[in-house]
Design a protein around this ligand. Structure first.
Ligand SMILES: Cc1cc2nc3c(=O)[nH]c(=O)nc-3n(C[C@H](O)[C@H](O)[C@H](O)COP(=O)(O)OP(=O)(O)OC[C@H]3O[C@@H](n4cnc5c(N)ncnc54)[C@H](O)[C@@H]3O)c2cc1C
Length: 168
């Protein structure tokens, strides 16, 4: 199975999906190759889960000092760590769903599998293989050359891809 796109992006973290959206807004056909989950470190292990937990800690700490601020708390204040984790997971789940919806809305094709750059213009793996043509362009004499990826051909040769693609 081969998919023709203009831009293929390795990795669906914040760097990858924002680039994908921008390219799609420019009218390009775009694919993201992601070996784990769309959203990357930030959504699944970094910014979002850590801030969700920090918010719980903030609310807890605030309640412990509530009386200093003239707020009376009737009864004891306790941290329910299971609830803290459940809220964190729910926050990540909602944002992950939103992000997947955003990719669909922009017509961005998700290809799940590990990609590998094997040359200046090709990346591939069992799950995804692509051939592409690069063009180097200078907009003005002072600017660095920009590599433009043209006509990327992503060949999906692993049957696992179909299963994972449907699963997400
Ligand atoms: C605990 C923690 C808290 C953080 N908090 C903040 C914060 O508050 N604010 C902030 O701005 N930043 C924060 N960061 C940093 C932030 O997570 C990163 O800057 C951001 O995720 C980088 O985005 P990225 O797209 O470059 O990489 P990543 O988010 O790491 O995404 C890379 C993606 O590429 C995929 N991938 C990698 N190799 C391949 C391959 N060969 N084939 C297919 N897919 C591949 C990975 O599965 C991953 O999904 C935090 C990081 C951590 C660890």
């Amino acid at each position: 199975m081969a998919i023709e796109v203009d831009v293929a992006i390795l990795g669906g973290g914040p760097g990858g999906y924002t680039a994908a959206i921008r390219a799609a807004q420019e009218g390009k056909r775009v694919a993201i190759v992601e070996m784990d989950k769309l959203g990357g470190t930030c959504l699944h292990r970094g910014c979002i889960p850590s801030k969700a937990m920090l918010r719980s800690a903030e609310v807890y700490a605030g309640l412990l000092e509530a009386e200093q601020f003239g707020v009376k708390v009737d009864g004891s204040v306790a941290l329910d760590f299971r609830r803290v984790l459940a809220r964190r997971e729910e926050t990540v789940r909602q944002l992950h769903n939103g992000l997947q919806h955003l990719m669909k809305k922009h017509g961005i094709q998700m290809i799940y599998g590990k990609g590998r750059v094997i040359g200046p213009s090709i990346f591939r793996r069992a799950a995804a293989r692509s051939q592409s043509k690069w063009r180097t362009e200078r907009r003005n004499p002072l600017s660095p050359p920009i590599l433009l990826l043209r006509r990327v051909r992503v060949r999906v040769s692993c049957p696992v891809w179909k299963r994972t693609a449907n699963a997400f």
